[in-house]
Design a binder for this molecule. Sequence first.
Ligand code: AMP
Length: 216
Amino acid sequence: MRIVLLGAPGAGKGTIAKLLNAHDGSVQISTGDILRGAVKAGSEMGKKAKGYMERGELVPDSLIMEIMEARLQEPDASKGFILDGFPRTIPQAQDLKKLLDKLSIKLDVVIDIEVPKDVILDRLTTRRTCSNADCQEIYNVKSKPPSPEGKCLKCGSPTVQRADETTEAITQRLETYNEKTAPLIDFYKKEGFLKTVSSMNSDEIVQEIIRSVTKK
Ligand code: AMP
């Protein structure tokens, strides 16, 4: 499958991407995870991205396109990919279209995951993430807690609340989403790729996505 997942921060894109990967061997490509790994490693890319990320702002399009151009050509992407958190702006969507044309790759569908704002706020403030850049497993203190000591159940590293998951940063990220990313819904509607899902249940959403791709 070659899919773009749209949806506000906290809509469940990461969870759904991982379930789809398990279904068909495609790979999740999350620009947020790649950037967090770069920040942790202290690379040049990480140094450029850190401030924007902590403020809940978008990293410049040019940096994101550099990452994606390289990532989509890695061998594992040939089995299919789920783009999680990219594209995030109209220029990124236009550049992605050009890049896919250049690589002769066709998208199957763009999924817009609709979730009410109060659910998003609750999910994000209760979210914890494994601090190991190679793991980054996501927990939720209510619905999927880490160990009683706050350790990751997969790799044993401490879980943390991300710097961009404070109430101020979340409010900023949701504003950024409405202003910069929500216009992509219309962009992909016009391109004829858009499918909207609004269930709160990840398994149901995944089944709906699989049905919509296999119907094509
Ligand atoms: P995420 O985990 O997808 O919410 O991403 C975390 C942060 O990384 C965002 O708030 C942005 O600062 C940055 N980021 C991730 N993906 C992109 C993108 N496609 N364009 C610009 N900034 C991004």
